[in-house]
Design a protein around this ligand. Structure first.
Ligand code: FNR
Length: 382
């Protein structure tokens, strides 16, 4: 596998290049997933079981990979999923990711636990650049309420992403093994900066000595969210559309759709396999929704993330009804491999792969992609 960004041909190459460059602590935090990493592995392998059904004799001279997120145009059907601690991998951090997004017309979801403030991350944003802000509701609700007030002052942030699949952190052993390894980045300061509960993090650290990155970040996060109490509370504190992240069953996708228009989209996600191990990959959930409650697609947008590493993966998710797909680790590893430039390389590769796939499939626009372009038999037998 190559070391230099220039030699990288695909997203796995970029992960390999980053692995050689970033600290062991950063690698462990980015790479890790719950328990035995079964969901993490499935997230990628499930895409390989879906076959494509290309049509021939179709003019595909022009190929338009653009789509929209809640009415906002994006040039490519992928976005950056929220991921904490980008500065652990490279000093360009989330601001570097934002600048790369500007170059490629990619939307970025900013993590509640980002290592830079949203004000800094969005400071050089283009007028039409699209961001979402991901929220972990804090035990002390007033902290989240205050944070929302800050978000409302940033015009590029168009929606709130409420993450639900990690009321507590999963058991991530790679991260835990690094708990006594220091980091140049003071995690506690990052948490303060990003609106998380630094005091809770500090108390935990005092009690237990070294903490994993996840343990520190999750201190102060509420685990008592419910459909009945959290959505009315949020309605009081924001008028921005809500996107629910971490939906993993057709039942919850259906429930979410009943809350439209407050909820305008769901992200089918198992948190990159970092929460409940053996939770389903988002492709399984997409197929469940198609089978049991296809009306959901008409009421809210369905986005997916987890394991997307190839343009063919992007296209397959779209064929099954996803409006767009999210990238977690690829953006972080791109950053680790070469800062902002590394993230741009990730976008360039994935955009070209997506367009090549669409052309070879005989499709000119993302809106034309449908179930007729895929054979999912092998996944349905799972
Ligand atoms: C995440 N993810 C995540 N999700 C979230 O809602 N808030 C967060 O702060 C984080 N932080 C985070 C850190 C790191 C290092 C990773 C790898 C992931 C989950 C993320 O948004 C996304 O769901 C997955 O990363 C998607 O899977 P892939 O693309 O990493 O395979």
């Amino acid at each position: 596998r190559p070391f230099d960004l220039e030699e990288c041909l695909n997203l796995d190459d970029i992960e390999a290049a980053a692995t050689k460059k970033i600290s062991r602590k950063a690698w462990a935090y980015y790479y890790s997933a719950g328990d035995d990493l079964i969901s993490k592995a499935l997230n990628t392998s499930v895409y390989r079981k879906i076959l494509l059904r290309p049509r021939v004799f179709v003019d595909c001279t022009n190929c338009d990979s653009s789509t929209s997120l809640l009415g906002h145009k994006i040039n490519v059907p992928f976005f950056v999923s929220p991921a904490a601690m980008a500065r652990l991998g490279h000093p360009d951090g989330e601001h570097g990711i934002a600048k790369a997004c500007a170059q490629y017309g990619v939307a970025q979801l900013i993590s509640n636990n980002a290592s830079m403030t949203p004000e800094v991350i969005t400071k050089d944003a283009k007028e039409d650049q699209v961001f979402g802000w991901q929220m972990y509701v804090q035990v002390e609700r007033a902290k989240s309420e205050k944070y929302l007030e800050r978000i409302h002052k940033l015009p590029n942030i168009k929606f709130i992403v409420l993450t639900l699949d990690a009321p507590v952190a999963g058991k991530r052993e790679d991260d835990e093994r690094m708990k006594n390894v220091g980091s140049q980045l003071a995690i506690r300061d990052v948490v303060t900066d990003s609106g998380g509960d630094a005091d809770a993090g500090k108390k935990k650290k005092g009690k237990q000595g070294g903490t994993s990155v996840a343990e520190m970040l999750f201190a102060g996060t509420a685990s008592d969210l419910t459909w009945k109490t959290t959505l009315p509370w949020l309605a009081k504190h924001t008028k921005l559309p809500i996107v629910l992240k971490g939906v993993q069953t057709h039942e919850d996708a259906y429930l979410a759709s009943l809350y439209a228009p407050q909820i305008q989209a769901v992200i089918l996600s198992n948190h990159g396999g970092r929460a409940l191990d053996t939770a389903p990959p988002s492709i399984h959930t997409l197929l469940e929704i198609r089978k049991y409650c296809p009306d959901v697609f008409g009421r809210i947008d369905v986005w997916v993330d987890g394991g997307v590493r190839r343009g063919t993966d992007v296209v397959k998710a779209l064929c099954l009804g996803a409006k767009a797909v999210g990238l977690g680790r690829p953006a972080l590893f791109g950053l680790g491999a070469g800062g902002q430039e590394g993230v741009e390389k990730v976008f360039k590769i994935l955009k070209e792969e997506t367009k090549t796939c669409m052309r070879l499939l005989g499709v000119e626009k993302t809106s034309e992609l449908g179930i007729k372009h895929v054979n999912t038999r092998a996944v349905e037998q799972d």
